[in-house]
Design a protein around this ligand. Structure first.
Ligand code: IPM
Ligand code: MG
Length: 360
């Protein structure tokens, strides 16, 4: 049966990097018998400009009707002063909640070819392979009440609510335990249980779920310490599971261990493994339209899509192998460039991956 992928380039470099990922999908269709159709839709600031909303109903409907979604990035200077309710980021958050994509998988893998690109010493990061499992549809990102109110004394006060129910914690914990069970069998749950009641409950529920996963060794860490340990001795971690906001922060930190945030893909899954796939970096408006952004995180997101949602693990392997090969050939976009390698553009990098795929 033909599968359907909704393609949402979004804003900024989203347009350029998704174009390269689409080249890869087209190559899979042509040369690997991948039976898929793609349909593009608007999201983020580009959608706002056209439809006065960052998430048009037609886009959400298309995503609901598709087997999976490929997203570029959202946001940009142009839309920063808009009301928060219609900012590009709301488009992304609306997709996450509208499709119930509660499990966000963010792998941080250091490719040996890029050991020099990390700002950390090679011995600290070489061989790094961490999976961050971030809760994505709850916590302070979505908690009510929220807003900015005026107090009796005339002063304004901003407020947000950190809230997690037991079922929300339990389901993300189980995703993380399952993943850890298939890897090195170690799961570190990150919280701030010494201060926040909400994450005291988090710790309790994760511990309770853990009783059913005898093959996984569970540990707990406060988020401040986890941030420190990630840059001090990152290889101590196998899988980490944490709340929406802590996961947002820790995954950027983990990304830099690998040399560039331009290398890391992500998957956001619902309970039936339907997923949205996107690079973890943002729309980088400072370099948008210059053909210099790194498309590899988006191309690797296609590989994750094939593996987690479309049941095409061998094609996923092929893409990952092709990315390794172009790195072996010394090709680098500017974010991962170092002396002795060859600096290439966004489109050159995409073409190189396609050409390796065609030879495989
Ligand atoms: C991410 C991004 C988003 C988030 C923004 C763009 C809303 O930083 O995917 O990590 O905060 O979740
Ligand atoms: Mg982020």
């Amino acid at each position: 049966m033909v599968k359907k992928i909704a393609v949402l380039p979004g804003d900024g470099i989203g347009q350029e990097i998704v174009a390269e990922a689409v080249k890869v999908i087209d190559c899979l269709k042509k040369d690997f018998g991948f039976n898929v159709e793609t349909e593009e839709a608007l999201v983020g600031g580009t959608a706002y400009d056209d439809c006065a909303t960052p998430l048009p109903d037609s886009t959400l409907e298309l995503c609901k009707a598709s087997d999976s979604i490929l997203l570029g990035a959202v946001g940009g200077y142009k839309w920063e002063s808009l009301d928060i309710a219609v900012r590009p980021e709301k488009g992304l958050l609306g997709l996450r909640s509208g499709l119930e994509l509660f499990a966000n998988l963010r792998p941080a893998i250091l490719y040996p070819q890029l050991a020099d690109a990390s700002t950390l010493k090679p011995e600290v990061v070489s061989g790094l392979d961490i999976m961050i499992v971030r809760e994505l549809t709850g916590g302070i990102y979505f908690g009510q009440p929220r807003g900015i109110r005026t107090l009796d004394n005339g002063e304004r006060q901003g407020y947000n609510t950190l809230v997690y129910s037991e079922s929300e914690i339990d389901r993300i914990a189980r995703v993380a335990f399952d993943i850890a069970g298939k890897r090195d069998g170690r799961l570190c749950s990150v919280d701030k249980a010494n201060v926040l009641e909400c994450t005291e409950l988090w710790r309790e529920v994760v511990t309770r779920a853990g009783e059913e996963y005898k093959n996984v060794e569970l540990s707990h860490m406060y988020v401040d310490n986890a941030a420190m340990q990630l840059v001090r001795a990152p290889k101590q971690f196998d899988v980490m599971v944490t709340t929406n906001m802590f996961g947002d922060i820790l995954s950027d930190c983990a990304a830099m261990l690998t040399g560039s945030i331009g290398m890391l893909p992500s998957a956001s899954l619902n309970a039936n493994s339907k997923g949205m796939y996107e690079p973890i970096h943002g729309s980088a408006p400072d370099i948008a339209g210059q053909n210099v952004a790194n498309p590899l995180a988006t191309i690797l997101s296609v590989a994750m899509m094939l593996r987690y949602s479309l049941d095409e693990a061998s094609m996923a392997d092929q893409i990952e192998a092709a990315v390794q090969k172009v790195l072996d050939q010394g090709l680098r976009t500017q974010d991962i460039y170092s002396e002795g390698t060859k600096k290439v553009s966004t489109s050159d990098m995409g073409d190189a991956v396609v050409s390796v795929l065609q030879q495989q």
